[in-house]
Structure formats: C-alpha cells, structure tokens
Write a protein that binds this ligand. Sequence first.
Ligand code: 13P
Length: 250
Amino acid sequence: MRKTIIAGNWKMNKTPSETTDFIKALIPLVDGARCEVVLGVPFVCLQNAVEAVKGTAVKISAQNIHFEENGAYTGEISAKMLCDIGVEYVIIGHSERRQYFAETDVTVNKKVLKALENGLKPIICVGEHLSQREQGITEEIVSMQTKVALCGVSVDDMKNVVIAYEPVWAIGTGKTATSDQADEVCGIIRRVVADMYGNDVADGLTIQYGGSMNAKNAAELLLKDNVDGGLIGGASLKTEDFSIIVHAAE
Ligand code: 13P
C-alpha cells in the first residue's frame, strides 16, 4: 500500500570519488529491490552520485537546503540547484542540524515548503531527546514537530512527503529504539497526519525509523506496521550492511 523507503544518510562522510566507487559496488547488491533505495550524500558528492545511479532505481538525496529561492546567502544551496542536477529527495531538520546549526521547527517548515515548491521530496526528521522521553513528553514533542513542519503543506503535496522518526538518543549511539517504541511513535505521527489530512493521506505516508538501525536489527524494526523504512547513518556507509538492510525491507 505505502512505499517502503530505505535511505542512507552519509552525513559528512565520503569524497566525490569515493561516492562513485561506493555506488558502483552497491548497485549489483540492491538491483531489483522491491523498496525504494535512496542515498543522502554531501553536496559536493551529489553530481557524481546522480551520474552513478543513472539507469538504476536508486535515488539521490541531499542533506539540507536553504529556505529561500536564491539570493545573498553565502555558502548556502537552494532547492532549485539540486533539482537542476537531478536530485530527488532532501533530508530536512535532521537533529544534527537542529543541534549544531540552530534549525528550528519554523525553519524546518520553511525548508519543507521550498523543497515541495521546487519538486524535491522532503524527508522530514522528527524525534525526542532522551530527557524528553524520560519526562514522558515524547508524544507532545514529536506531534508538535510534525505539525509545525507540515504547516501550509497541501493535501496534494503530502504524497511527496516522507517523515523519519529519529529519537535523538538513538542516533550514532548504538542504542536502537525497540521495535515497539519505534512502532508506537511512528503510529503517533501517523495519527497527527490523519488529524490534519484525513486517513487516506496518513495511510499512504511513508514513515521511516532512524537511529542505530543496522544489518542485525533492521528486519525486526521493519516488520512493524507503522515503520515503513529506515533512515540509516553509520550502517549506510558500508555497501554490505546497507544492502542487507535494503533486503530486510522486502
Ligand atoms: P545512525 O544510524 O548512525 O545512528 O544515524 C541515524 C541517523 O541520524 C540517520 O539520519
């Protein structure tokens, strides 16, 4: 019914030439996969990545955009620039960008709108910090992040939106959420979307889990009803591990 998407988020790893080599090695391992495979690579690697996946079903994602169309924003990259070179997805509001680059729910929303306006598919990241989970406010935090991120997004554009639930305490820590925890929060996100857009949109929405997903735990997480894929950091840097996760999604 809804699309399963396995996306790698390379973060600040790999050079352009390493990107080409990686994708060449990955393609035969994921060929014919019955889920969507996406690679989120650094800006300077995008062109090589787009070239390397030509003629395959693998899609390329950026890891950020600026929320304005163009202008005096030194060092920034626009949605239009990415579309022009054949990028299809963009990760927006990753917790590392919220933490180190002062992104807020409001700037995340502006970026989501700009991405959609330009035909880029946003992968919107939401997730609670450990202290928030311990306080018992995960539902409130994730619901608010979701609502603000989607403010002004039309029903029609929702078919191009992906949401990734990434509990901050599980990112890069080796501490994965249990499959029940992941399923529960992905279910909360789906209910929020149902309240905003109705059941059809919510049922069709791909909601990924991210946070120390790896070759060993992916199958269990992906079996859950509300978990429609993964956003994978560390384990997406190795072709072998990443392809195991892709096949786990089948
Ligand atoms: P890890 O898989 O390394 O925990 O990273 C998850 C993540 O942040 C993906 O966006």
